[in-house]
Design a protein around this ligand. Structure first.
Ligand code: PLP
Length: 344
């Protein structure tokens, strides 16, 4: 089976497993796991921030960020289809107690004016204290639900500048920031410099089995460590998995452009097929979304011919390219797609 459902399906290869098996470990809750300490230092260095905390998931990293930047009752501005809003199981309301002001965007990218509009009181006649205060804005780069689309550095800078003027904190859900860097050539630390905190995931395109990090100023990360423990993220000999993340950081970033090339090749082939619609402008990294009538039946036919994709809704299918999908697999996936499209 060629598994294109997500870039989270990758399995650790021999070399990564060997690095994990031989990792020195301690007790992460007591703060002395040497491999976790090394991973946190390395990711903070790569992103040009003071500190990082290693956590079990991107969801936990994002939710800790919301918690450290806000107080219950605050409002957070983000694209309406942000992972934080639609795929984190209601956590913003349940854990940080915040409301979300969702913005409508084409590719997940919003403008400073949209941010300013979302934080402006409807009328100056209302006295202070009548509305929930906005204290945080988040961006997602690359944007999952919009097809792996990229925030360019200039767009991030201008939204962050507007946020600063409004006195807001800025968090970046950079689960796939590695892909944004691979696609644009803009270094990780340049993206990170525009925001206060960043979530980065090791378990997606980088191919590590588990884990993410929240990266930012030491004071916030120290506070984040408290919430990590509170949310049940204290994992003891976590060096075993941190070693996989360290391995992925050093070995699997440069090859992400190959996934982007495969996604582009697949998208262009899909766009040529009758009955399929692809927004080629949104194919910017490792994901391809296409529209078909009856997506779940179409996905079922693909699956029965050896290519697994995810039907996201009644008319939309997602294919994601990653470490375990070779150029030859991509060619096979294109052939299967053509055959299934022709058989309808
Ligand atoms: C953009 C984005 N942020 C956060 C997450 C959450 O990561 P996790 O599944 O590790 O909780 C994901 C997961 O796919 C994601 O795509």
């Amino acid at each position: 089976m060629i598994d294109l459902r997500s870039d989270t399906v990758t399995r650790p290869g021999e070399a990564m497993r060997a690095a994990m098996a031989s990792a020195p470990v301690g007790d992460d809750v007591l703060g002395d796991d040497p491999t976790v300490i090394r991973l946190e230092a390395r990711v903070a260095e790569l992103l040009g921030k003071e500190d990082a905390v290693y956590v079990p998931s991107g969801t936990m990293a994002n939710q800790i960020a919301l918690r450290v930047h806000t107080r219950p009752g605050d409002r957070v501005v983000m694209d309406g289809e942000s992972h934080i809003r639609v795929h984190e199981s209601g956590a913003p309301a349940a854990l940080a107690g915040v409301t979300i002001a969702p913005l409508e965007t084409d590719h997940g990218i919003f403008t400073p004016d949209q941010l300013i509009d979302a934080t402006t009181q409807p009328s100056p006649d209302f006295p202070p204290g009548l509305f929930d205060p906005t204290t945080l804005v988040t961006m997602e780069n690359t944007h999952n639900e919009k097809g792996g689309t990229v925030w360019g550095i200039d767009s991030m800078r201008s939204v962050s500048a507007a946020a600063r003027d409004l006195g807001l904190a800025v968090h970046l859900d950079g689960a796939r920031l590695w892909n944004a860097t691979a696609a644009t050539g803009v270094d990780l630390d340049q993206f990170a410099a525009t925001v206060d905190t960043v979530n980065v995931c090791f378990s997606k395109g980088l191919g590590a089995p588990i884990g993410s990090a929240l990266v930012g100023p030491r004071e916030l990360i120290d506070r984040g460590r408290w919430f990590k423990k509170m949310y049940g993220g204290g994992f003891r000999q976590a060096g075993i998995i941190a070693a996989g993340a360290l391995y992925a950081l050093e070995h699997n970033r440069d090859r992400l452009v190959d996934d982007h090339d495969n996604a582009r090749r697949f998208a262009e082939a899909a766009a040529d097929l009758d009955g399929l619609t692809v927004d080629l402008k949104s194919v910017q990294t490792n994901m391809v979304f296409f529209d078909v009538a009856d997506a779940s039946l179409f996905a079922e036919r693909l699956r029965s011919t050896g290519v697994d994709m995810l039907a996201l809704d009644p008319t939309r299918i997602r294919a994601v390219f990653h470490l375990d999908v070779s150029d030859a697999d991509t060619t096979t996936a294109i052939e299967v797609l053509r055959a299934v499209a022709a058989s309808r």
